[in-house]
Write a protein that binds this ligand. Structure first.
Ligand code: GTP
Ligand code: MG
Length: 358
């Protein structure tokens, strides 16, 4: 069994990349299990990933590198027992230290033979400037233990900027192998898989690992600093919620109506959050299911317009009651404030459109 841990800040493209990795491994006959951790009580990525027919377990309401280490263990063990996967891909939250998750897995003494892929951390090339402005220290900590750093969304980065970003990232972590990644580009993904398949030596990782474990068994960050709570260190406020939508009041809404609705909600949240934190970065994501209509919409900076992610469903969704899930996690806005912003925006748009909700 191979275990791949994928880390990287909010909205850096982890889920998009792992869906493609998982689909690739499934297509060559491997049994694939995905574990995805979301910071809020309501998860969205698990729903999205399972739409692609991949076996997915979601861990919500906290971070598996801080408060939910036991949940990770239980989830991984039950996945091994029930699915017997060849490949397990673990997506951390965007506010986790991915190195700690890799270390936790290695300390679990799993009874079956496994190989850890090099620790992969994504760094969003398209938000390079904003990341350095808003969360330089936190992002550096995320990158510190990575073995492979993928400068993601390379298709959105000017080709003259790419080497500059790569060398800036290399300075933060001189030991890591730096690659560029566009999840839209099969060649780029093939290169990533190649790098992950090189595997690595478990013993040499274990000896590295011993350097980051304190005498009392607690984990240290690179540089000898105590790990602390990554969610607090990130300065990100977050809120997630799920709304059941009344089927009758949806009436004759069609695809374009839903598109307008979800766009309005996300834009309203962006505007209100930007009023408090003008340069925020993070991830505001919304997932809507109604009959055969299925949308995921994402926004990762204060300046961006909401963008749709096309979802080609492997599951039939007609039986699902209409519902809307939303997760907002942004820098510089307290969780209580983001909660108020989300609740107000959703209520305003649904009320204006005569949609009853719970
Ligand atoms: N152009 C482009 N967009 C991408 C790429 N990868 C991801 N995206 C977009 O970036 C947004 C965030 O992608 P996700 O895969 O949800 O990011 P994530 O890191 O899983 O986000 P969190 O789990 O919330 O931290 C979505 O709108 C994706 O479509 C890429 O390679 N190129
Ligand atoms: Mg994700």
């Amino acid at each position: 069994m191979k275990i791949i841990v994928v880390g990287g800040f909010l909205g850096s493209g982890k889920t998009t990349a792992l869906i493609r990795l998982g689909t690739y491994y499934a297509s060559i006959g491997k049994i694939v299990g995905i574990i995805v951790n979301e910071i809020g009580e309501i998860g969205i990525d698990g729903d999205v990933i399972s739409q692609y027919g991949l076996e997915t377990k979601e861990i919500t309401s906290g971070c598996i590198c801080c408060s939910l280490k036991m949940s990770l263990r239980e989830t991984l063990l039950s996945m091994i027992n029930n699915l017997n996967p060849d490949v397990v891909i673990i997506e951390s939250t965007g506010v986790a230290y991915p190195g700690i998750i890799r270390d936790e897995v290695m300390l679990m003494n799993l009874s079956i033979e496994y190989e850890m892929a090099p620790l992969l951390t994504l760094f969003d090339g398209s938000r390079f400037k904003q990341i350095l402005k808003e969360i330089k220290n936190f992002a550096s900590q995320q990158l510190a233990q990575a073995e492979v750093i993928a400068v993601s969304k390379a298709d959105l980065v000017d080709s003259s900027m790419l080497p500059i970003i790569e060398s800036a990232v290399q300075q933060i972590n001189p030991k890591a192998e730096i690659i560029s990644l566009s999840s839209k580009n099969p060649e780029s993904l093939a290169h990533l898989i190649d790098v992950l398949e090189r595997g690595g030596n478990l013993n040499s990782r274990l000896s590295e690992l011993k350097k980051v474990i304190a005498d009392d068994g607690s984990l240290l960050m690179a540089g000898g600093k105590a790990s602390g709570n990554s969610v607090e260190a990130s300065g990100v406020g977050s809120y997630s919620a799920e709304y059941d939508l009344d089927e009758n009041s949806l009436g004759s809404l069609t695809g374009p109506d839903y598109e307008r609705l979800v766009c309005e909600i996300v834009s309203l949240i962006r505007n209100e959050a930007a009023a408090k934190s003008p340069d925020f970065i993070g991830h505001i994501k919304l997932f809507l299911e109604s009959g055969s209509v299925l949308y995921k919409i994402s926004l990762t900076t204060a300046e961006e317009e909401p963008a749709y992610d096309a979802i080609s469903s492997a599951k039939k969704t007609d039986s699902v009651l209409p519902n809307l899930k939303i997760l907002s996690a942004v820098t510089g806005v307290a969780s209580a404030e983001i909660r108020g912003i989300v609740q107000k925006a959703v209520a305003k748009v649904l009320n204006e459109n005569g949609i009853l909700f719970n």
